[in-house]
Design a protein around this ligand. Structure first.
Ligand code: GDP
Length: 421
């Protein structure tokens, strides 16, 4: 990674087994993101066993092994650079909490690659992830129609799946003119970094070219400071040190800040990053800092730190658009699951279901419906049971989305339309 290229957070979405992990492995491999000594080590092993294609096999073994252990792949393995950008893969495909992390994860995706296996077409999670990506404000997709080798690189089969995916994108109102469709084989490497001779009928972009040509994400430095607190430490010689990642804005020593909803504040004395003191920190920076007069019990995980003169809002109630992904029965007013927003986890009551939204047209399908269920989109009014700092997603998208969890799984996701303080 270099300091001079803009950074992109990329989500890889799509149905299970459609080839997301394989594609990530392929991207890391072809962009030279696997350290040389690791390849070297694997080369020796592979030669002993008399296996070919060892380098790529190594990446895949590693991804599979880590996934089976249920852990997130080492962060160093999730980054790659192209000519234009440094990419970080947001979360690990196949990770148990992929959907939840996609919403509340440390970093939100700027863009997404949708993987659809050509021999299966649009499948349930294809729909779910596309719907979610749309709800969360990703408005451009790169669509990799994968496993082209399985159908002998047939143009007609490719076109059928492109048509099927186009219909789905239109349904959720993606601008399909902005979507790139690319016939790929993650396994064989076709059309990933170089045009493949196996698809002479395709003259569009390779996957890497499409990634290179993504629009640059708008740096959130212009927005007010928003720093969700992940943990609070006491460090001898310094005092209370809240830590977290700056989502928007900048923090400088001497700034007057406010923690909400704890509703305390003071002057920033020191900021530390990677064990070094810095005068200033920016979006994406993980920092520990010290604020004059703030003790360990004054603030907590889930607080958001912002400027004293433009503090993070605390919602008495808020209106949000949600998408119900999986709920065994129906959701009615009064339901009180746990909401996960940035670093906060707060039980919230769905006070009223205001409108059901037709997902194919985006229009209001029903005013004040009695209930909603899996697959439905709706506008709802929510009352947090404890103070919660959250922002309208139109103002600060980084702090305007949440996941709703119940019974150990993510049952819905949403974005905040309006906050009533
Ligand atoms: P994920 O669940 O979406 O991450 O899917 P994986 O990457 O684990 O792939 C699922 C299976 O499909 C694995 O056995 C892969 O080897 C296989 N696979 C992935 N991509 C391709 C491809 O382009 N061609 C072929 N033939 N198999 C593939």
């Amino acid at each position: 990674m270099s300091a001079d290229k803009p950074h992109q957070n990329l989500a890889i979405i799509g149905h299970v087994d459609h080839g997301k992990s394989t594609l990530v492995g392929r991207l890391l491999y072809e962009t030279g993101s696997i350290p040389e000594h690791v390849i070297e080590q694997h080369r020796e092993e592979a030669e002993e066993k008399g296996k070919g294609g060892f380098e790529f096999a190594y990446v895949m073994d590693n991804l599979t092994e880590e996934r089976e252990r249920g852990v997130t792949i080492d962060i160093a393995h999730q980054e790659f650079s192209t000519d234009t950008y440094d990419f970080t893969i947001v979360d690990t495909p196949g990770h148990r909490d992929f959907v939840k992390n996609m919403i509340t994860g440390a970093s939100q995706a700027d863009h997404a690659v949708l993987v659809v296996a050509v021999d299966d077409g649009v499948a349930p999670q294809t729909q779910e992830h596309v719907f979610l990506a749309r709800t969360l404000g990703i408005d451009e997709l790169i669509v990799g129609i994968n496993k082209m080798d399985v159908v002998d690189y047939e143009e007609s089969t490719y076109n059928e799946v492109v048509e099927e995916v186009t219909q789905l994108l239109k349904q959720v109102q993606f601008n399909t003119d902005d979507a790139s469709f690319i016939p790929v084989s993650a396994f064989e490497g076709d059309n990933v970094s170089e045009h493949s001779d196996n698809t002479p009928w395709y003259d569009g972009k390779t996957l890497l070219k499409a990634l290179n040509e993504l629009p640059e994400p708008k740096p959130p430095t212009d927005a007010p400071l928003r720093l969700p607190i992940q943990d609070v430490y006491t460090i001898s010689g310094i005092g209370t040190v809240p830590v977290g990642r700056i989502e928007t804005g900048v923090m400088e020593t001497g700034d007057n800040v406010s923690f909400q909803p704890s509703d305390v504040g003071g002057e920033v004395k020191t900021i530390e990053m990677h064990h070094e003191e810095v005068p200033k920190a920016e979006p994406g920076d993980n920092v520990g800092f010290n604020v004059r007069g703030i003790g360990k019990d004054d603030i907590r995980r889930g607080d958001v730190c912002g400027p004293a003169d433009d503090p993070p809002s605390v919602a008495e109630t808020f209106q949000a658009q949600i998408v119900v992904m999986q709920h065994p029965s129906v959701i009615t007013a009064g339901y009180t699951p746990v909401f996960h927003a940035h670093t906060a986890q707060v039980a919230c009551t769905i006070e009223s279901i205001d409108q059901k939204i037709d997902s194919s047209s985006g229009e209001v399908a029903e005013e004040n419906p009695d209930f909603i269920q899996s697959g439905d989109a709706a506008v709802v009014t929510i009352r947090p049971q404890k103070p919660l700092s959250i922002e309208p997603s139109s103002e600060i998208p980084e702090l305007g989305s949440f996941a709703i969890r119940d019974m150990g799984q993510t049952i819905a996701a949403g974005k905040v339309l309006e906050v009533h303080e």
